[in-house]
Design a protein around this ligand. Sequence first.
Ligand SMILES: NC(=O)c1ccc[n+]([C@@H]2O[C@H](COP(=O)([O-])OP(=O)(O)OC[C@H]3O[C@@H](n4cnc5c(N)ncnc54)[C@H](O)[C@@H]3O)[C@@H](O)[C@H]2O)c1
Length: 366
Amino acid sequence: MNGRVKVGIIGSQFEADIHAASFQMAPEEAEVVAVASPTPGHAEALAGRYGIPRVFTDYRQMLLEKDIGLVTIAAPNYLHARMTLDCARAGKHVVCEKPLSMTLEEADEMLEVCRREGVLLLYAEELFFTPKYVKAKEMAAQGAFGRVYLVKQSEKHFGPHSPWFWDVERSGGGVFMDMGCHGIAFCHWFLDRSSIRSVYCQMGTYVHRDKTQGEDDSLCILEFENGAVGLVENSWARRGGMDDRVEVHGEGGVTYANLHMGNALPTYSEYGYGYAVEKAPGTKGWSYPVFEELWNYGFPQEMRHFARCVRGKEEPAATGEDGRVVMEALYAGYASAARGGKINLPFRPRNVKKPIDLWLGNPSAG
Ligand SMILES: NC(=O)c1ccc[n+]([C@@H]2O[C@H](COP(=O)([O-])OP(=O)(O)OC[C@H]3O[C@@H](n4cnc5c(N)ncnc54)[C@H](O)[C@@H]3O)[C@@H](O)[C@H]2O)c1
């Protein structure tokens, strides 16, 4: 593809805003020309903030626009598969937000249809682009830690911003589905995509039983083919704003990466100020404001890379296949939490409508 990629965004709220802001930081590669979202006024508001010329309430109308080469999906999880298939059949390359889908069958169909239609299925896992985490991976590749035997990734806050996350019919699960997908993808990527051999999970609903059937805290241990272990910790029950961190342990060394606090300005304010960090409850007293939050996460780098993939300048570094690996581990994790033992992969139970069904109905479930 010659020239800048013309992008359409599906969704207009939290993540859609991040997509729009990120593409705006790569003006030499991409231009967002359209946004589609069903609630009247919402897409207009996003378009107004970022100077996006075309606005749609039905994303399928947006897909009729011939000049759009890439569509990003920033809509609730249960819509990812249907939207991806519609985009692919309209000949658009796709960036799909995490988690890839609700079921493994959907994931397989998404991969198959995108392959058949000759479009890229790019998986929006920004942790592959997070500068601090990329640095840790580069150091591992240079032998800094010797043989890596343990990789930890943890992401925690006090719960999501939108009602659909709390509704397992639309989200597919609680915090493990929502943020465990990041940690699983991260460990798999960090370990050079060594296959996952087994998954063990413990989870519960400790704080938000009034809001959701989903788990609000989860611990997950992954065993990899290369002998290393991944430990993924997630919570919607942790107070104090977003916390995202990584540890890498090898026989020859260790590194600790704290994404937010490590880059923040430890601050005390009697009066408060505008904004500290994602999901922080306030700015009075002690707080840890983060600068260049999107860049620290890697979102602009991720979207620039995806645009360059569409232009044939780079090979995709985060694909639908990565998303599918994560989906299988999510299935295994929920089943493991229900059974109380580790689950060996491959693991492909039939007739699963959403991953959390493998856990709900068990005594440990919320
Ligand atoms: N990569 C990350 O770190 C990250 C962070 C947050 C969210 N996400 C993912 O992004 C996706 C969206 O989450 P969010 O936080 O933006 O949610 P949100 O509730 O803030 O926004 C959802 C958007 O989807 C739109 N939508 C709903 N039904 C639609 C339809 N039929 N057609 C078109 N648009 C529709 C809504 O109007 C809204 O604009 C989810 O899959 C979520 O897991 C990823």
